[in-house]
Design a protein around this ligand. Structure first.
Ligand SMILES: [Fe+2]
Length: 386
């Protein structure tokens, strides 16, 4: 374990049912006049972006709704061009991870120039971007409080990230009422993304007391409320618990990083267009099984946070309860068990593992040493038994 730890702070967090009504005051605080709301076509249909624009009727507001899901670098460059052509002094990222990540990148492109690809990697952005407010309408990515944006590189069939202090929001606003209309299958996939963030952060080699606190709290909330949020979507208490879990998981992995669930989910997205949350959800128990021997005691803590009783069990048996608990949660909310159920062929294993070995941001924090053979082993287990 490393001895020096770094916690990436956030600027301002506004949280609570109905807190969206405070948006004009937040815009006022930032001294903005001309605002671009960045969102996607799916969210447009819910009427939420129009509601946001109405709330901001005292300002000049334009809605940009062309964000792609799992946004490509080209789609981000197109949005940045729109900002350069029209001149805005504040960006609002509204929606799931895709609009928020797009807004993050557009913010830095507006002031630094160049193209999205120029800034892929760690801390390659020279100066701050446009001010930005992020308002999540899903509970999972935690992107509203992290310094990371993940982009699709379509030509290379892969996904890569930008990590920069200048991607951090000026304000994040979390209003669980905005998640009430989220369909069950999206609630399930995004919730499992949050659970993956929390578990990977908790067993990470970069974990620290602060990230441990947020990670375990997030795991507890998801264990007790995700099933209800999926199957009783109008239950505001469950929605609020899951949104808070997503936030806390974001605070945990924003500093402790993620491991090889994410390291393998990226090629599943890049090579086979599998949505991020589903890819993570299916891979999670298989990667936990691989990592168990390297972080046995910590997986026991995960089991207890998920509500498992481990009294009288050996450390190893307690850790295995964490995997059983994740599998049972996945089953209860309709997550497929194996990657072939997502249409991925077995012959794809070498290419997925090869791409996984390029993801050093996930390899380094992963509790167990990662090798190509190890990744092939995880993927073999992730296919239905023949
Ligand atoms: Fe994620």
């Amino acid at each position: 374990m490393q001895t020096t730890t770094v916690f990436n702070n956030i600027n301002r967090l506004v949280q609570g049912r109905g807190c969206l009504s405070g948006l004009p005051a937040e815009v006022e605080r930032l001294g903005a006049k001309r605002i671009l709301v960045i969102t996607d076509p799916g969210l447009m249909q819910t009427g939420i972006p129009t509601r946001v624009a109405k709330l901001l009727s005292g300002f000049e507001v334009v809605i940009y709704s062309d964000v792609e899901s799992d946004p490509s670098v080209e789609s981000v460059d197109a949005c940045a061009q729109f900002v350069k052509d029209n001149g805005f002094d504040l960006l609002i990222g509204l929606g799931g991870g895709s609009p928020i990540d797009t807004a993050k990148c557009v913010s830095i492109l507006a002031t630094n120039g160049g193209k999205t690809e120029d800034y892929l990697g760690i801390e390659k952005v020279p100066k701050p971007g446009l001010p930005k407010i992020f308002i999540p309408t899903t509970a999972g990515t935690g992107s509203e409080v992290t310094n990371v944006a993940v982009l699709s590189l379509k030509a290379l069939h892969t996904k890569k990230g930008i990590v920069s202090r200048y991607l951090v929001a000026d304000v994040a606003m979390l209003d669980a009422e905005l998640t009430l209309g989220l369909p069950g299958h999206i609630t399930a996939a995004t919730g499992m993304d949050a659970l993956t963030h929390a578990i990977e952060a908790y067993v990470s080699r970069f974990a620290q007391p602060l990230t441990d606190h947020f990670a375990l709290d997030a795991i507890t909330r998801l264990g007790r409320s995700l099933r209800t949020a999926v199957h009783f979507g109008a239950n505001i208490e469950a929605r609020e618990d899951v949104l808070t879990a997503s936030l806390y998981a974001g605070l945990a992995f924003g500093s402790a990083a993620t491991g090889m669930v994410h390291g393998l989910a990226m090629p599943l997205g890049g090579l086979y267009n599998i949505p991020h949350g589903i890819a993570n959800a299916v891979l999670l128990p298989h990667v936990m099984k691989f990592n168990l021997v390297a972080a046995t005691r910590r997986f026991g803590d995960v089991a207890r946070a998920l509500g498992e009783t481990t009294e009288g069990l050996s450390e190893r048996a307690a850790a295995e309860r964490a995997i059983a608990a994740v599998i049972s949660l996945s089953e209860d909310i309709g997550i497929p068990k194996y990657v072939d159920q997502l249409g991925i062929p077995r012959k794809g294993i070498p290419a997925i593992a090869k791409d996984g070995m390029t993801n050093s941001r996930q390899i380094l924090p992963n509790p167990r040493d990662v090798t190509y053979e190890g990744l092939v082993g995880i993927l073999n287990e992730a296919f239905s038994p023949e």
